[in-house]
Design a protein around this ligand. Structure first.
Ligand SMILES: Cc1cc2nc3c(=O)[nH]c(=O)nc-3n(C[C@H](O)[C@H](O)[C@H](O)COP(=O)(O)OP(=O)(O)OC[C@H]3O[C@@H](n4cnc5c(N)ncnc54)[C@H](O)[C@@H]3O)c2cc1C
Ligand SMILES: NC(=O)c1ccc[n+]([C@@H]2O[C@H](COP(=O)([O-])OP(=O)(O)OC[C@H]3O[C@@H](n4cnc5c(N)ncnc54)[C@H](O)[C@@H]3O)[C@@H](O)[C@H]2O)c1
Length: 465
């Protein structure tokens, strides 16, 4: 068996792994990248990219339908468009590009054989540092009968070339709801079964705005509904709930994602893990200090930008030897339903629990924003949670919430004071003014209902010539 010695060996060529490999190679480290399936990982092939392309096609269909035009969206064309967008982005993540950067790319599943060696593609790789970036896979819940029916996951749903007649969705998280709304807008009847609360991790008031819109568009979202059994009747799939049976043409399972650990043989490497992923410290080191974990497999959240953030820290530490400390209070998340739901930092409930009465919560409706009015986008609100003059959490539900949250991620990551934003000039009329008005609303009562300020103004006015 061939032996390779390298500075960095990255396992998994998805969002996190590719960022580590590109950064390390470009800084001059020797890098081996091991990938068992497609280059680009989940985000490119079965996640963010296809889902956002599908959502965009569905939005166009919805706008046309609202304008009275016959939607006429052809699902085969949508599927082709999804593949075209993936193909357009793929060269950035390709084996050729990485080999061009000097990376040795091995297309095989990697498996640790000792605390210092990984086996893949007929080679034994010894590395100064291993970076595990193997991502996650859809969880298949233990619902009786599920294994006997054909069901979709994020790995197969984007290949559909016909609009499902009736799509049944198990799971009311971001994947379930983004795909439910998109398919509804593309003409499918859609029912979502959620065992608990849909978007249950989000601010409940904001989640309610999304759910109301989905329901208005005809998505049947059932909360507190557990599937007891699944069966088949002809081409139909039957979802048996307590006291009711739903009949659909397709079934999508979106009940969460589990870390990809099985193939790694972590025991041989002395790497501890939990159900959520590899156990890591604040520098993303595992119980074997030469082995680090980034992205979904690190069990600290499942977002592409988080995987990239982890990767940046690992490059800083493992390649440049600089100090790092993981921080996640500034990592945003966005659910790309319409309206979008974006969050950074603490939700109102989390902030009140952590800091009690020392937090101030401000809430601004989109309807108060001139641009939102002009665009007919009055649904939604921005909620700002402040502590000691600094934002510690922001929830935005409404048009372009995912774009608007960027400013707040910056504010929180740079630990900026609200006064920095209230003193900024923003263009009128933009949705961004919502953020500035929220910052202003924090100061208004302090300024306008303040006896001391009034007395000072009285003195100043008497003194002014
Ligand atoms: C439908 C859907 C929509 C999403 N939308 C968004 C979104 O809009 N925004 C967002 O931020 N996030 C989104 N996500 C989440 C995002 O895709 C993931 O958080 C991200 O891809 C994680 O990156 P990663 O590098 O950890 O793993 P991945 O990108 O999944 O890469 C892991 C790679 O490792 C490989 N691998 C696994 N085991 C081994 C092994 N033993 N040896 C070699 N290779 C191995 C896999 O084949 C894979 O290519 C979405 C996910 C889904 C499913
Ligand atoms: N826009 C984005 O950034 C985006 C989009 C999609 C996915 N993702 C990432 O992928 C992760 C996984 O998404 P997801 O939606 O699959 O998982 P999730 O864990 O966020 O949501 C799954 C939902 O399914 C429910 N559920 C679990 N078992 C069930 C059962 N047997 N019957 C009915 N409901 C059940 C849960 O209560 C939960 O609400 C997300 O947490 C997110 O980090 C991100």
């Amino acid at each position: 068996m061939k032996r390779i010695r390298t500075d960095i060996c990255v396992i998994g060529a998805g969002s996190g792994g590719l960022t580590v490999a590109a950064g390390a190679a470009q800084l001059g480290a020797s890098v081996v990248l091991v990938e068992g399936a497609e280059m680009g990982g989940d985000c490119l092939n079965h996640g963010c990219v296809p889902s956002k392309t599908l959502i965009a096609a569905a939005r166009r269909a919805h706008v046309l339908a609202e304008a009275g035009a016959v939607p006429g969206q052809n699902m085969a064309e949508v599927a082709d468009r999804i593949q075209a967008v993936i193909a357009a982005i793929a060269p950035m993540d390709s084996q050729e590009r990485f080999e061009g950067l000097g990376v040795i790319v091995i297309r095989d599943w990697g498996r640790f054989v000792s605390k210092t060696e990984l086996e893949a593609g007929g080679c034994v790789i010894t590395a100064r540092r291993f970076v595990v970036a193997t991502g996650s896979s859809p969880v298949v819940p233990p619902i009786p009968g599920l294994a006997e029916v054909p069901f979709l996951t994020n790995e197969t749903v984007f290949a559909l070339r016909e609009t499902p007649r009736h799509l049944l969705v198990i799971g009311g998280g971001p994947i379930g709801l983004e795909l439910a709304q998109a398919h509804r807008r593309l003409g499918a009847e859609v029912t979502v079964i959620e065992a608990g609360k849909a978007l249950g991790r989000e601010d409940p008031e904001a989640a309610a705005v999304v759910l109301e819109k989905l329901r208005t568009e005809g998505v049947d979202v059932r909360e507190g509904a557990a599937a007891q059994r699944v069966s088949r009747e002809g081409d139909d799939i039957l979802l048996h709930l307590e006291g009711e049976t739903l009949r659909g043409s397709h079934l999508l399972v979106a009940v969460g994602r589990a870390p990809n650990l099985e193939r790694l043989n972590l025991k041989a490497a002395g790497v501890a893990h939990e159900r959520t992923g590899i156990t890591t410290d604040s520098r993303l080191r595992s119980s074997n200090r030469r082995i680090l974990a980034v992205g979904d497999v690190a069990g600290r959240g499942q977002f592409t930008h988080l995987a990239n953030h982890h990767a940046g820290l690992v490059v800083r530490r493992a390649v440049l030897g600089l100090p790092v400390r993981l921080r996640d209070d500034h990592v945003p998340r966005v659910t790309y339903t319409n309206p979008e739901l974006a969050q950074v930092g603490l939700t109102e409930a989390e902030a009140r629990k952590a800091h009690g009465a020392s937090v101030t919560v401000l809430r601004l409706p989109y309807a108060d924003n001139d641009r939102a009015r002009a665009e007919g986008q009055e649904t939604g609100f921005l909620k700002l949670v402040v502590r000691r003059g600094r934002p510690i959490g922001v929830t935005i539900v409404g048009a372009q919430a995912g774009e608007l949250i960027a400013l707040w991620s910056f504010m929180i990551s740079s630990r900026a004071r609200l006064s920095a934003l209230s003193g900024t000039v923003l263009p009128y009329p933009t949705l961004s003014e919502l953020s500035k008005r929220a910052a202003g609303a924090y100061f208004s009562p302090k300024l306008f209902d303040n006896g001391l300020v009034r007395r000072i103004v009285g003195i100043v006015q008497r003194l002014l010539p």
